[in-house]
Design a protein around this ligand. Structure first.
Ligand code: GLP
Length: 240
């Protein structure tokens, strides 16, 4: 794993944007694996500004997102579909037809997971962006998820529900279940870019980079990826 430590969140976001933009510039038909959470917001802001300034085209780019809460419709302000529209897709003028995310409202879980598995096979990702959960999760693959997993429905760890409660008006509103891309599929991306910011990620960063590769720390699997870059600000990298 290549590790880049930045002085602050702004530098992290700018460096991450450079990597994403290089992928899009090299191949206007690139498939981007995208992530939600607060960490990529700075990166997304840079991509939008770049498009406004330099006219980078996203007309042919396709996107695949990692995960979605179960039970939230696409119109719900906390759904990941809504998050992506408001924080990236509208700004990049990406045709919604070219974006993909699990359907949190799917009545048949198994069918929805199979649909997403097939879609991921059809759309090999040139890059997969990841955030890092404070318990070492990636996407919604919680500790204990088999490294061989495909798309599945998870029950969120109590720590994840607590971490994500800040975005809801009350913790009771945080969905307890979610659809997520599996670890095996994350590892299939040609390149992986994982971002970590802030002191509350320092333990997870340490375990991901320096710890044993174990299903108890899902992000530790990234040590095995041939082209993975971690960009961490100095608070998140403090224990390395
Ligand atoms: C959520 C998402 C993850 C994200 C993580 C960290 O649980 N499912 O994809 O990486 O939280 O979020 P944040 O970047 O807000 O710290």
């Amino acid at each position: 794993m290549k590790i880049v430590v930045t002085k602050d969140y702004e530098e992290l976001s700018a460096k991450a944007a450079k990597i994403m933009l290089d992928v899009v510039k090299e191949d206007p038909y690139a498939v981007l694996g995208l992530a939600t959470g607060t960490t990529p917001l700075g990166l997304y802001g840079h991509m939008i500004k770049d498009r406004e300034k330099n006219g980078t085209s996203y007309a042919h780019v396709r996107t695949v997102n990692l995960d979605e809460y179960q039970g939230l419709p696409r119109t719900h302000a906390q759904s990941y579909a809504y998050f992506m529209r408001k924080n990236l897709f509208e700004g990049l003028k990406i045709d919604p037809e070219n974006t993909n995310i699990e359907n949190g409202m799917a009545a048949d879980e198994e069918k929805e997971c199979a649909r997403y598995d097939a879609l991921l096979e059809r759309l090999p990702r040139d890059i997969q962006l990841l955030g890092l959960g404070s318990n070492g999760h990636v996407a919604f693959n919680e500790p204990g998820t088999p490294f061989s997993s495909g798309t599945h429905v998870v029950t969120l760890a109590e720590s994840t529900v607590k971490d994500n409660a800040r975005l809801f008006s009350d913790i009771s509103e945080v969905p307890r279940k979610a659809f997520t891309m599996g670890i095996r599929q994350i590892m299939q991306a040609k390149k992986i870019l994982i971002l970590a910011s802030g002191a509350n990620k320092a333990d997870a960063v340490f375990k991901m980079v320096k710890g044993e590769v174990t299903e108890q720390v899902p992000a530790s699997v990234l040590q095995l990826h041939p082209d993975c870059i971690l960009i961490a600000d100095k608070e998140a990298a403090a224990k390395l």
